[in-house]
Design a protein around this ligand. Sequence first.
Ligand code: AMP
Length: 284
Amino acid sequence: MKEAARQARADNHLIGLVPTMGALHEGHLSLVRRAKQECSRVYASIFVNPKQFSPNEDFAKYPRAFESDSAKFAELGIDALFAPPPEEIYPTGFSTYVNVEGISDRFEGRSRPGHFRGVATVVLKLFEIIQPDFAYFGRKDAQQVAVIQRMVRDLNLSVQIVVCPIVREPDGLALSSRNAYLNPEERRAATVLHRALEAARAELIRGTRDSLQVQNTMRAVFEKEPLARLDYAEVVAADNFDPAVRVSRASYILVAAYLGKTRLIDNMLVEPVNTDSSELQFHL
Ligand code: AMP
């Protein structure tokens, strides 16, 4: 992979990287399509990264579909698929980690200790191996994007992070490889995350700016959905994920919930239409 990427750089190609854990869906493929528009060489990776799963999580049973994944990537015309075995990424004695302090400890980081250390470490390794000009990530994992953007800034990395919109099912459920775990009842109930975000949007359109009120509105949606257990519903500043008391600048409305044993996340980006306006626009 290093040699192919080095050659592409020597030939003056613009290199785009799409990192994934496989079990591909339209969300992943949207990143590849965007990369294909902007780069002359597009590389994708599939690596189910053991270091970003905590011991009680689903690493062993995380869905794996290598054959159909590589067919989907090939159909979109990627230039190479990087799918290393774990021992190549983590050789015996591996002992160096990237810890993006502060932001890694909140929300997803609090619910999943060590998760963002694993993410930042493997993403830096992918950036070093391939040295892409652009790397494509989904806004579905908004906190992951913020962690990676902070790492890129703090470590003076040359890659540019491109954040792509959330791809959803027709009923609003954000696409996720973990949706495959849901039984039919849980699948129906799983729209509660999107419904809570829609309720938050309605509240904000009514003029509410108080975060607690927005959170309570979301909680009320969950209270009517017995199959779902809310983990958190929060309003944070979009850049640093600090909790926001009011929605006055670019903010994420975050939600995480369990449907049975399956943990799902979703979010909505809210930002002022322009700098001197109190009118908001919504990216759901
Ligand atoms: P994963 O395979 O879950 O690690 O995801 C790989 C990339 O696809 C990450 O950048 C995700 O944010 C992105 N992604 C996952 N689901 C979606 C979605 N529904 N819409 C857009 N991007 C997504």
